[in-house]
Design a protein around this ligand. Structure first.
Ligand SMILES: COc1cc(C(=O)NC2CCN(C)CC2)ccc1Nc1cc2c(cn1)c(C)nn2-c1cc(Cl)cc(-c2ccccc2C(N)=O)c1
Length: 308
């Protein structure tokens, strides 16, 4: 392993207190640090004129500048970032995070996005572990509506995970982070995936070519975690997890309702072509087999709700 002195720390970007989008003549006041993911740091930004508050992803240009030896990482990073923005900027749906603008100054590249003040399903999961079935229906149904919208546009997200399912103040779920997303031409099978999805499907591990079905697999993992409080293939090591995925080695706790167990089994089918499409999941009996709230109180972030 590299000695500390050699290790390339991802230094936090230098972010001016007042960020200027020269082209649009917009000015943003930098607010509090929200978190980081990959090369990006995220801050609350306030538009000086409209006072609108957005999530600002900041990527230092040092990550983008082509070093003289044509650093492979940078080439890949530039292309993947532009593809992320090219795909994300066209989208408009209540269950997809809105991408507003993409601009740069001398130091950084900035992406302004819809702020989701209640963070993501990951924080809710960490706090609540398993949630009630009505809550699992509520959240999963919204995720599926977002996935249905993407698949109808021939887009695969490829990195659906709790941390990318953001929550706004009304606990509406918004799919974000299109860093691994891609578009499908006709019925091609994608051969490569640079990056490691969290809930990786067997066909990606076995490099058999993959398509829309990888998002359905991930939704199966998400529903499983919401209902049972842990991932279906959770193990001590990544190798062990990958082995369990390859062998489709998971169990559904007996507490599961029959419709929930049946839907999870269909979405976690090792054979991609046997998995339901997003449309079929959206119509599944699981969403009609019990109470489905139309909204949730923010108290759900911390405690079991009492449904009247
Ligand atoms: C008020 O809204 C938020 C507050 C917080 C918050 O309270 N963070 C605290 C974490 C602990 N530290 C000590 C103090 C700050 C986090 C996210 C918010 N909202 C938000 C973030 C968004 C988006 C929309 N809304 C979009 C779109 N992308 N991101 C985004 C972007 C990047 Cl680069 C990282 C992360 C990120 C932040 C933390 C963990 C995980 C992640 C992750 N999912 O990557 C998230």
């Amino acid at each position: 392993p590299a000695k500390p002195s050699q290790r390339k720390e991802k230094a936090p970007p230098e972010v001016p207190a007042l960020i200027t989008d020269k082209e649009r003549g917009a000015y943003y006041e930098k607010g509090r640090f929200l978190g980081k993911g990959g090369f990006a740091h995220c801050y609350e930004l306030t538009n000086r004129t409209t006072r609108e508050v957005v999530a600002g992803k900041v990527v230092p240009k040092t990550m983008l500048v082509k070093q003289y030896q044509r650093d492979k990482v940078n080439d890949y990073f530039i292309s993947s970032m532009t593809q992320e923005v090219q795909i994300h900027r066209e989208l408009s749906h209540k269950n997809i995070v809105k991408l507003f603008h993409f601009f740069e100054d001398s130091l950084n590249v900035y992406i302004t996005l819809e702020l989701c003040a209640r963070r993501s399903l990951m924080e809710l999961h960490k706090r609540r572990k398993a949630v009630t079935e009505p809550e699992a229906r509520y959240f999963t149904h919204q995720v599926v509506e977002g996935v249905l919208y993407l698949h109808d546009l021939k887009i695969i997200h490829r990195d659906m995970k709790l941390g990318n399912l953001f929550l706004n103040d009304d606990l509406v779920v918004k799919i974000g982070d299109f860093g691994l997303a891609t578009t499908v031409d006709g019925d091609e099978r994608k051969k490569t995936l640079c990056g490691t999805p969290n809930y990786i499907a067997p066909e990606v591990l076995n490099k058999m070519g993959h398509s829309f079905e990888v998002d359905i697999w991930a939704v199966g993992c998400i529903l499983y975690i919401l209902l049972f409080g842990q991932p279906p293939f959770e193990s001590k090591s990544l190798e062990e997890t990958y082995s369990r995925i390859r062998h489709n080695n998971y169990t559904i706790p007996s507490v599961a309702s029959q419709p929930a167990a049946a839907l999870i089994r269909k979405m976690l089918d090792p054979e991609p072509t046997r998995r339901p499409t997003a449309k079929q999941v959206h119509r599944d009996i699981f969403f009609k087999s019990g109470f489905m709230p139309t909204r949730l109180p923010v108290s759900c972030l911390t405690m079991v709700p009492k449904f009247a």
